[in-house]
Structures are given as structure tokens and as C-alpha cells.
Write a protein that binds this ligand. Structure first.
Ligand code: NAD
Length: 266
């Protein structure tokens, strides 16, 4: 990937560059978006590292996202299943931020939506699954760590509710887990390659609601900038990649994204 901050000459407009963002958006027809947990906080799903993030409030919660703890500690698995039940019972729905990205696609401007989110809300909002790369997997399915069989999450949740506190795979007896990529697990190399290709081959790169601290996916920002693609970062807090951006906007995404997308013609 090469290169570094010293070579970067991008203009930075932190917090007040909406006019510039509108101009960049107006000229873009093949936009790649990188979304993170911050786009879903207004759907009632806390992020991990924001001020009200799950890990900010309870650092122990990080263990349920670590494959080492998950496979070795039955208590962590029981806790993970209870968390999944609570997650689905809350019935999270897309918010105006997700809807704006679906609108971006309807208007023919979206090339690819790379998402770190596991909540399925981009597709629920109307984005075509063929354009969405869920680099960290999905909470809507379970996978067997033994035989790789996948089933809908609802099937496993039904078993937990019926009394199995850590249900095994019915095909091979292996351990079940949400089909998400935990810390310590490998990312799908095809997904990763598609995400980096989409970052380099687009005419605007928009990073929304991500702290840009999870690697390697955060590096898509650098790859886009080094390919000469204008970069707009929309995030409530500073990120380590802000110096690559033409514009950094800190407004809440469920206001900001509909505002930006509404400036586009049909
Ligand atoms: P993160 O928690 O590291 O960062 C989220 C960022 O979004 C924070 O910097 C926060 O300030 C910002 N933010 C929060 N609400 C916002 C709003 N309304 N408007 C603007 N900015 C807002 O998230 P990440 O970078 O996506 O990395 C977290 C990892 O955790 C990902 O890999 C993801 O798989 C997983 N995760 C997913 C979900 C989900 O699917 N909704 C939720 C939590 C964590």
C-alpha cells in the first residue's frame, strides 16, 4: 500500500465543509461508501467506541467479539446468545442515514457500499445486496465453526429460547456462532479484495460513522486518496485518517446524509 501522510496534499475542511461536500457529490457518479457502526446508532444500536459505545461503557464486553474467548469460555458464549436475543427483540430498523444511502443508489450514484456493520440495515433500507460488501459478516445468520454450515439466526435463537443455552450444530455437533468476523478470525479475502478495488476505482469515497480504527478495512481510505479519489469523512469524532480527506463533517449522520443526498438531481 506504501506512501504516508507526508505525501498527502489534500485540503481539509473539518466540521464546516458541507458546501464542498455538496460540490464533490454533485460531480460524482460512481461513489464508494465505507460505513461503520455510527450510521446505526440512531437505529438504537450502540457503536463500540463512541462516547456511548458498548466497549466504552463495559470493556469486558469486548470478549464476546473475540474468537479466542468465544471458543474457550462457555460463559462468554451464553452471554453472546443472550446478547443476540436482546438485539433481535429490539427490532432495529433503518434510520434516515441508511435511507439516504439507499436513495444514493436509486439515483444511480452508488458503485459499492462497503460496510463494517453486521446489522443488515443497509439491505433493509433498500440497498441492493449485490452492491453491499459486509466485510465483517452478518448477525442475521449463524455459522458452525466445525462444518461451516449456515442457517438463519432465527433458527438458533428459537433453540436458545427453548432452553439450549449454547446450542450445538445439528449436523456435526460443532460450536455455533453468529456469521460475523470476530477479532482473531480471518476476513473473507474475496470481500477484502472487492472492498479495496471499490476504494481505488470510484470517483468519490465517502466514509461514514466509522472510527477508522479497525484494520485492514480502515486502509481503504488511504487507498482511495492515493488513487486520486476525493475523500469525504463524516464522523462525530476525529479519525486517524482525517488528513486524507478533502472534507471532514461531524454532524449527526441521520441529519447530514439525507441533507447531502437531497442536493442531487434525479
Ligand atoms: P466504532 O464504534 O469504532 O466507531 C463508530 C464511530 O461513529 C465513532 O467514532 C462515533 O463517534 C461515530 N458516531 C456514532 N454515532 C454517530 C452519528 N449518529 N453520527 C456521526 N457519527 C457517529 O465503529 P466502527 O469503526 O464501525 O468499528 C466497529 C466494529 O464493530 C466494526 O467492525 C463492526 O463490525 C462492529 N459493530 C457493528 C455494529 C453494527 O452492525 N451496527 C455496531 C457496533 C459494532
Amino acid at each position: 500500500m506504501g506512501g504516508g501522510a507526508a505525501e498527502v496534499t489534500w485540503r481539509i475542511v473539518v466540521g464546516s465543509g458541507e458546501a464542498t461536500a455538496v460540490e464533490l457529490l454533485a460531480g460524482a457518479e460512481r461513489i464508494s461508501v465505507l460505513a461503520g457502526a455510527g450510521i446505526s446508532t440512531d437505529s438504537g444500536i450502540p457503536d463500540f467506541r463512541g462516547p456511548n459505545g458498548v466497549w466504552t461503557r463495559d470493556p469486558e464486553a469486548e470478549k464476546t467479539s473475540d474468537i479466542g474467548y468465544y471458543v474457550s469460555d462457555p460463559e462468554i458464549r451464553r452471554r453472546a446468545w443472550q446478547g443476540r436475543i436482546a438485539w433481535f427483540e429490539a427490532e432495529p430498523r433503518p434510520n434516515p442515514g441508511h435511507e439516504a444511502l439507499a436513495e444514493l443508489e436509486r439515483r444511480g450514484r452508488l458503485r459499492t457500499l462497503i460496510t463494517q456493520n453486521i446489522d443488515g440495515l443497509h439491505v433493509a433500507a433498500g440497498n441492493d445486496p449485490a452492491r453491499v460488501i459486509e466485510v465483517h459478516g452478518t448477525l442475521r445468520e449463524v455459522i458452525c465453526l466445525g462444518c461451516d454450515e449456515r442457517r438463519p439466526m432465527a433458527y438458533a435463537i428459537q433453540r436458545v429460547k427453548a432452553g439450549e443455552d449454547d446450542p450445538p450444530c445439528e449436523s456435526c455437533g460443532g460450536m455455533l456462532k453468529s456469521a460475523t468476523v470476530s477479532f482473531g478470525q480471518s476476513l473473507d479475502p474475496d470481500d477484502l479484495a472487492s472492498a479495496f478495488a471499490a476504494a481505488a476505482d470510484c470517483d468519490l469515497f465517502l466514509a461514514v460513522g466509522t472510527s477508522l480504527t479497525v484494520y485492514p478495512i480502515a486502509e481503504t481510505v488511504r487507498v482511495a486518496a492515493e488513487a486520486g479519489v476525493p475523500v469525504v469523512i463524516c464522523n462525530a469524532e476525529p479519525t486517524p485518517y482525517d488528513h486524507f480527506a478533502d472534507v471532514v463533517l461531524e454532524d449527526p449522520l441521520s441529519d447530514l446524509l439525507p441533507r447531502l443526498v437531497s442536493t442531487l438531481g434525479e
